[in-house]
Design a binder for this molecule. Sequence first.
Ligand code: ZN
Length: 468
Amino acid sequence: MRKAAALLMTAVLLLLMVIPANAFTIIYDGKVEDYPWDPIVLVVDGHTVETKEMPPIILNGRTMVPAREFFEELGAEVTWDNNAKRVIIEYGDERIILTINSRTVYIGTNSASISPSDPPPKIINDKTMIPVRFVAEEFGFKVEWLNETRTVKITSPDAEDIRLTNVVFSSEDDTDTIFIALDEFVNPNIFRMQNPDRLVIDVYGTKSTIKDANVDVDGQAVDTLRYSQHPDRFRVVADLQTDADYEVFKLKNGIEISIIRTGEYEDSTQPPEEDFTQGDDGRLIVVVDAGHGGTDPGATYPPGVDDPQVKEKDITLDIALKIQENLEKAGIEVIMTRDKDTYPTLKERVEIANNSNADLFVSVHINAMDNKDEIDGAQVYYHESSTEGKRLASIVYRNIIDYTNLTERGVQNGSSFYVLKHTKMPAILTEGGFITNEKDRNYLMTEKGRQAMADAISDGVLEALGVL
Ligand SMILES: [Zn+2]
């Protein structure tokens, strides 16, 4: 047993050494571990379920999901009994009771056991995490794991097929678009295959009203398009030129897939250094993105109340406006994704940046961790594909530590953040302190604290651009 534990520790340490940046911290069973970050997609009856506070994670090879967020999304009722440390999930006329760190489960009035290969329910980062397959199957859902896209696909017993009515191809400038028309959006399972290079789009839970086809499309990146109805899925295959990449857009009436030749795409992902000193009109352009806004307050204090006293969206806006003032004084052209209490979507924020020919993108956020008020400090995230982004993150981070009173939490790989993933210019996302930590919160509530944060970020930007 001791030997096994030592081996496990070695394995964990090795893991930490191999992938230290691409990880986040999980706290459970009194342990603090770095969890290698590789997102899992949860799809229920074709709809993606996004858990906000805690992502699904894999523990001992099994997917664990935050009980409340996930099962409420399914339409189940979730109750937490703090005294008995158990979670009660009710769906239809079925009821399941799970207890933290126990494999004994009550289903209705019977008891059952979670198999030894599944982890029991656990409190991880203060969220009740439960093995999704076990519970979903008990409620009669069908559960599948799609390895290509790391998707847990769950189908409810009474799921109805959604109509798939058309597949439309178009090509304009450097972008090809495949539009799959549906009665409503269904999350596709998309993956690349080699020899020949092709993109495969599987849409489950739909019924096609069109004939199977094989068409020459002669696009920028796509040569031919084939599609057909299979027993369990509708499959679209796009034969690609080798240097193509794709992006999926969720629409009310279907799925849109944009396919771009990566040669051009990558040029704009990492502009050459001289772009910094020779903008179109000689001025450098920086996009400043104040996180959240409008209907989305971001992190709040206290968390989970109707009208919280402190909201992330207000702090990020004030810091962003101060950054704007600093950068404009230094002769930089600043484009704000918002300059008041409004909510541009993440996609809109990215479009503003990508359409503006900007040199840099800076997204300003404040962190939070509910029920862990001792956790504090600053982090700056970059996308792993961008060396300039990483350099900018390091400079800004060093400034934040120098200028503010926040604790060091490091520069981190934030490749899964939407705004970092989809912006074409070097981009960073700052998490300047925790709204849930008293010291950080009090600091950020002062004018002086927010000014120091803005000065740290804008001086970092100016240094990265070679202006300072
Ligand atoms: Zn945020």
